[in-house]
Each structure stands twice: as structure tokens, then as C-alpha cells.
Write a protein that binds this ligand. Structure first.
Ligand code: ITT
Length: 184
């Protein structure tokens, strides 16, 4: 089964391929873009984006939106994670967190799946961890060097990231659903 993943982020595609290939699902990237709602809820962003692009392309697609929620900053940057990463970056987050003891944070990944003319179906995965005091690790992308679980950043985990990550969990749920539905 071939699934078109509409995203401009090739790191997401690499992870989705690693998670889904053993399930008989071929993930193929299309970087045609989609309108991102300015919404607080990443599930609404993913659903709206999937419906828009499925109807535009005339085929089944998935999109995936990620939110990053820092407890001590009342959930900032949340659904605006891409903008904040492009502007203040990991160094900016570390300096915002400089004297803060509560370092808890959560990633949310929501996949929206849609066929033309239907409502989108969404699949969510979450992972909780802590904001590191210093960036560490060469792997991954985005906030991975500053997000740690049991003292190890996602950027230092290699392939193990996909076993525990927000995206690993959302894609496992999606794979269970689509394989059950299509009878692979
Ligand atoms: P598309 O919307 O085209 O899919 P994007 O990179 O803009 O790609 P998001 O809006 O979902 O994707 O990503 C929000 C931000 O969170 C962005 O800066 C990413 O680099 C970052 N991010 C997403 N997934 C991540 C992960 O697994 N680890 C660390 N940072 C991540």
C-alpha cells in the first residue's frame, strides 16, 4: 500500500518510512504544501490540512502536525513550534528556561488521513520528557537536541527515538487502523 505524506519536512518522512515499512506501508513524500490553520489544537490543523489537500490532489493523503508544550511556559510554543524554532531556536528555549526548575515538556503528533469528499480521521501520539540544560546529540531534528527522556536527548537516541516518540506512536496507531481497514 502506498500512502502519500504531504509535508515539507524530509526528517518526518524518514521517520515515517522507518516506522511503517515493516507494516507493508510505503510512505511517499509530496511537498505541495497545505494551508495551516492558526489554531490552538494541532488535531484541528491536521484534519483541516488533510481535507484540503485530499480534495485538491484528488487522492488519499496524510499530513502530520507537531506541537511542543513546555509546562513551565504554560504550553508555549504549542502549535506555533515551527515559528518559534525558526525564530529563537533551541538556544532561545534554553535561555527562556534558564532559572526554571520545572523542566517538563510534551510533544504531540497528530496525523490527519483523508480521502476526497470524506471527513479526515486523526491519530495522535504523545511523549513527555524534560528540557535539557544544554543541547546534546547529532541525530534527529528540530527540538530533539534539547528534549530528554531519562537524561538522554532524542537527538542522542538514534533509531530508538521512533520506538518511544510522539511520531512513533501516532504512526503506529495510523498503521494499525489502515492495515485493518485495507486488509493487508
Ligand atoms: P510540515 O508542516 O511541512 O509537515 P514542519 O517542519 O513545519 O513540516 P511542524 O509544523 O509539524 O512541521 O513542526 C513544528 C516544529 O516542531 C518544527 O520546528 C519541527 O522542526 C519541530 N518538530 C517536529 N517534529 C519534531 C521531532 O520529532 N523532534 C523535534 N522537533 C520536532
Amino acid at each position: 500500500m502506498i500512502i502519500t505524506f504531504v509535508t515539507g519536512n524530509s526528517h518526518k518522512v524518514e521517520e515515517a518510512v522507518a516506522i511503517c515499512s515493516s507494516r507493508g506501508i510505503d510512505i511517499v513524500q509530496n511537498d505541495c504544501g497545505y494551508p495551516e490553520l492558526q489554531e490552538d489544537d494541532v488535531a484541528a490543523v491536521a484534519a483541516y490540512g488533510a481535507e484540503n489537500v485530499a480534495n485538491r490532489l484528488g487522492s488519499a493523503v496524510i499530513v502530520e502536525d507537531t506541537g511542543f508544550y513546555i509546562d513551565a511556559l504554560h504550553g508555549f510554543p504549542g502549535p506555533y513550534a515551527a515559528y518559534v524554532h525558526d525564530t529563537i531556536g533551541n538556544a532561545g528555549i534554553i535561555s527562556l528556561m534558564q532559572d526554571i526548575g520545572d523542566r517538563g515538556a510534551t510533544f504531540r503528533s497528530v496525523i490527519g488521513y483523508c480521502k476526497p469528499g470524506m471527513d479526515a480521521v486523526t491519530f495522535e501520539g504523545r511523549v513527555t520528557g524534560r528540557i535539557a540544560h544544554h543541547p546534546e546529540g547529532e541525530g534527529g531534528f528540530g527540538y530533539d537536541p534539547i528534549f530528554e527522556i531519562d537524561g538522554v536527548t532524542l537527538a542522542s537516541m538514534g533509531d530508538a527515538k521512533n520506538k518511544i516518540s510522539h511520531r512513533g506512536r501516532s504512526f503506529e496507531k495510523f498503521a494499525d487502523w489502515i492495515v485493518g481497514r485495507e486488509g493487508l
